[in-house]
Write a protein that binds this ligand. Structure first.
Ligand SMILES: Nc1ncnc2c1ncn2[C@@H]1O[C@H](COP(=O)(O)OP(=O)(O)OP(=O)(O)O)[C@@H](O)[C@H]1O
Length: 865
């Protein structure tokens, strides 16, 4: 198989125009896919062309030479086009023609379930073509409707005219009958459907106001090629009675009609719709695989519009039957073509399907032959009599009247094979040229009769009112005389010697002349009367006119004033609005400024706080600077003192050395030489008040008291400690380094009652002692050793622990007096204890040591900080 696009019936714009004017118009409407799982085989190429793609499910898939076919129509409507759009495009022109007196035929054609009934009838809130037609007709003629029963079907597809009086009597009888039988009740869904209809107010403007209109509806179905009247006995209570088959006849104008069909006169669209629903209940539908409510018959709803001119007085319908103009619009909802293989129908349904397909086939044949006849010029017999449907509309299918067809298509690929058949039919139909039926002339007498009558009646009513109000006696009681000139009798006379005819005519003319004279006298009197009234009225009128002018002038002035005031109000309003806006702006600005101000005040407050802080800090700094300056001064003083003392000591030492050197029996003479000038040992004992530097000369035995003086040397010592000798009665806690460097110095600490530790593990160890002594040793690069002994009191704390307050430091340094660097305190960390440093002991020389070693030991809480 090869892919090829075959253009069927492609229309050029010129041809389309021709189609629009002269040929049978075929429209295509696609319905939405039933399920999203269905596949479409149709694509809309333009608003007049669709393309069918041969699906692999088609019976012709293997044999087809082409896979794509294009079909053109008058217009293609997609599934998104609303009913209203389709109505305006397709059906509204038919309604226009109907009102003008032309017949029309609209039918929906397509495969079963393709949306024919949906298009024709529609659904609640989405009404179809039929209810829209009714709405437009009644919107147009409502003001000009004849009284009910004035037009009466003559059972031969024509109408008789009755006088209003007779019509009134008939109406009364009919109402009595209905009251006797009980009016048929509408069911709820029916009422819902009728009330849910939205009438969009569309109407035709071609109405002749001098005509009276009446609408009649019939509703029939053609089932198994039998015609049934769906409205038969509709006014009776037994609506379920078995319907009789009807026969089709032709009237004098060769229009087909159903003999004895019930034709119901309706006065509103709602009434017509109600009748339709009553008939629809009788329509044969069945549930099939392809449609839950499948029409098993062709249903035809016909709207007949009867119009006739009013009489000369514009009051009643002219009784001349020949002036009646009858036009009809038949809305045909064809049953869907179907393949039994797809529907799986059996029994009755198969018979129905066969009958449906036969009648559709006849319809297709008729149009096909008609097309052939028109093409070839050979007048082959059109087989209209082969089915009831084509027989009923024979005149249409022979090319007279206006036919429009809506081809309903389900784009589902499963429908492809049937859809192709529908398309072929549509193709054949579009080429048929239609001869429009000539408009039936409505005999016009005098235009504006209805209006004149209305004006006259209104004037009479007004005069009645004035008469009642003002008791004016000039209203002519015989006002209707004006209209009493009778029409001429028939003047046709074949016998010139017919004495009776001449006599009658003579009498008629004499009467007429008399009446005319009387009327003329009457008119003259009326004219005089009228003139007098007119003059009186004119005077009054002029008076009123003058008053009116004055009032108008005043009103004009007032208007100008009002206008000026209004302008002012408008400008005030504008100003107020402007001011309001400004006010809003200012309020916002004030808010913003207030916020700014608050922010700034906060900043200022912060700044002030900062400033106060700074001031306090500055004050503190000034105090500290002053204190430091004082301390510095003191330390310089002390330093100078120490230097001078050192110098003094040095001098003394040299003197001692000299003296010793001069003594022969001095046992340490050699050793002293070895030590020589550059070996010097100092013991510096510092206290809060003063600092004592003892210069050691000979190296004493190790157990000798630290501050005990040599026999012949002059020793400088701290008297306070000399007195206590490290407290003979005190229990000392001797806190030593792990490894002690051998001192071999003259001065050694002597602690009688002591307990030595390298690490303090328990606060109890501290509590048992009253004194504390911490020894540290440091050795620098030159090999000089410095031993520091920090002494303090153990003071119990209120928390149950103990606090050591260092209050003294002894430093023993072994160094060369010349090369040794200046004494620098070394930091020593006290291990293994929770310590708090409190500077109770201070030394200007060793502030750091003092700070670090004034410790307290808190035994009750050991925290790792
Ligand atoms: N254009 C549409 N939009 C939405 N629903 C649609 C449309 N056309 C048809 N349907 C829905 O599809 C279903 C079948 O439609 P419908 O009864 O009008 O088909 P049909 O051609 O008259 O079938 P049959 O020939 O068997 O009587 C209905 O339920 C109808 O509501």
């Amino acid at each position: 198989m090869y892919s090829e696009i075959k253009k069927r019936n492609a229309c050029t714009p010129a041809k389309l125009k021709q189609i629009q004017n002269e040929t049978l118009q075929v429209f295509c409407r696609l319905r939405p896919l039933v399920s999203p799982f269905n596949e479409s085989c149709i694509e809309i190429l333009s608003d007049s062309t669709i393309q069918l793609t041969l699906p692999d499910t088609s019976v012709n898939y293997r044999t087809a030479t082409c896979v794509k076919y294009q079909y053109s129509f008058q217009k293609v409507f997609s599934d998104s086009n609303p009913q209203k759009e389709i109505f305006d495009e397709v059906v509204l022109p038919l309604v226009h023609k109907l009102i003008k007196g032309n017949n029309g035929l609209l039918f929906t054609y397509g495969v079963t379930g393709s949306g024919k009934t949906y298009t024709m009838t529609g659904e609640k809130n989405n009404i179809g073509m039929m209810p829209r037609c009714l709405d437009v007709i009644f919107n147009s003629i409502s003001e000009y409707q004849a009284k009910k029963f004035v037009f009466k079907p003559d059972r031969m597809n024509g109408f008789d005219i009755q006088t209003e009086q007779v019509a009134k009597k008939e109406l009364e009888e009919s109402l009595k009958r209905i009251a006797r039988c009980g009016r048929l009740r509408k069911n709820q869904s029916q009422e819902d459907l009728i009330s849910a209809r939205s009438n969009d107010g569309t109407k035709c403007e071609d109405i002749n106001p001098d005509n009276a209109y009446a609408v009649f509806v019939t509703y029939i179905e053609i089932y198994n090629d039998n015609v049934f009247d769906l409205l038969e006995n509709i006014n009776e209570t037994d609506i379920c009675m078995k319907l009789q088959t009807k026969i089709i006849r032709e009237d004098a104008y060769q229009n087909g009609y159903v003999h004895g069909v019930t034709e119901v006169e309706v006065k509103s669209a709602d009434e017509a719709f109600e009748i339709f629903y009553k008939g629809k209940k009788r329509k044969r539908t069945a549930q099939t695989i392809l449609n839950t409510e499948s029409s098993r018959s062709h249903s035809i709803f016909t709207i007949r519009l009867v119009q006739a001119p009013l009489d000369m007085n514009g009051i009643e319908v002219d009784q001349n039957k020949e002036n009646i103009c009858i036009s009809q619009l038949s809305l045909v909802d064809l049953a869907g073509s179907e393949r039994t293989s797809r529907t799986n129908n059996t029994g009755e349904r198969v018979r129905e399907a066969g009958s449906i397909n036969n009648s559709l086939m006849t319809l297709r044949n008729c149009l096909e032959v008609l097309r052939e006849n028109q093409r070839t010029g050979i007048l082959k017999k059109i087989p209209c009599r082969d089915s009831k449907l084509t027989r009923l509309f024979r005149i249409f299918f022979e090319g007279m009247g206006d036919i429009r067809m809506i081809i309903c298509v389900n784009p589902n690929k499963d429908d492809y094979d049937e859809t192709v058949q529908v398309m072929k039919f549509a193709e054949a139909s579009q080429e048929i040229v239609l001869k429009p039926t000539p408009l039936k002339p409505t005999p016009m007498k005098t235009d504006g009769k209805r209006k004149a009558n209305q004006i006259y009646k209104k004037a009479l009513r007004n005069l009645e009112e004035v008469k009642e109000r003002e008791s004016i006696a000039y209203i002519p009681d015989d006002a209707e005389m004006i209209y009493c000139l009778e029409p001429f009798p028939s003047l046709e006379n074949t016998d010139p010697f017919d004495a009776d005819f001449n006599k009658n005519l003579m009498n008629f003319l004499e009467d007429r002349i008399k009446k005319k004279k009387k009327l003329q006298t009457d008119i003259a009197a009326r004219v005089t009367k009228f003139r007098a009234i007119f003059l009186e009225r004119e005077e009054k009128y002029l008076k009123f006119q003058r008053e009116l002018d004055a009032v108008s002038a005043r009103r004009e002035c007032e208007n100008i004033k009002i206008k000026t005031l209004e302008d002012k109000v408008v400008s005030m309003d504008t100003n107020i609005n402007v001011l309001r806006r400004k006010c809003e702006e200012y309020t916002n600005e004030i808010k913003r400024l207030r916020q700014d101000n608050d922010n700034k005040e906060n900043i200022i407050q912060q700044y002030n706080v900062e400033k106060d802080k700074e001031k306090r800090i500055n004050q503190k700094m000034a105090a500290k600077t002053e204190k430091l300056a004082k301390e510095k001064e003191n330390s310089i003083k002390e330093k100078k003192q120490i230097e001078s003392q050192l110098k003094e000591k040095e001098k003394k030492l040299r003197r001692v050395k000299k003296a010793l050197d001069s003594q022969e029996d001095f046992p340490y003479k050699g050793k002293m030489t070895k030590i020589d000038d550059d070996l010097d040992t100092e013991i510096i004992a510092s206290s809060n008040e003063n600092e004592v530097v003892s210069t050691q000369t000979p190296v004493l035995p190790p157990q000798q008291h630290l501050l005990s003086p040599s026999k012949s040397s002059s020793v400088v010592s701290n008297l306070r400690y000399n007195k206590t000798t490290c407290g003979n009665h005190d229990q000392w806690l001797d806190h030593r380094p792990t490894i002690i460097a051998p001192l071999n110095t003259v001065l050694q600490p002597t602690l009688k009652r002591r307990k030595s530790f390298t690490t303090i593990t328990s606060p109890k160890d501290v509590n048992k002692n009253s004194k504390y002594c911490l020894m540290t040793q440091n050795q620098d690069e030159d090999g000089s050793v410095e031993t520091q002994i920090y002494k303090g009191d153990v003071v119990p704390t209120c928390g149950g622990g103990a606090q050591i307050i260092l209050n003294d430091v002894e430093i023993l340094r072994q160094t060369s007096p010349v090369t040794s660097p200046p004494i620098s305190p070394k930091k020593k960390k006290v291990n293994g204890h929770n310590t708090a440093i409190a500077a109770h002991s201070s030394s200007s020389l060793y502030p750091d040591i003092a700070n670090r070693c004034a410790i307290s030991v808190e035994g009750h809480s050991i925290k790792n900080k």
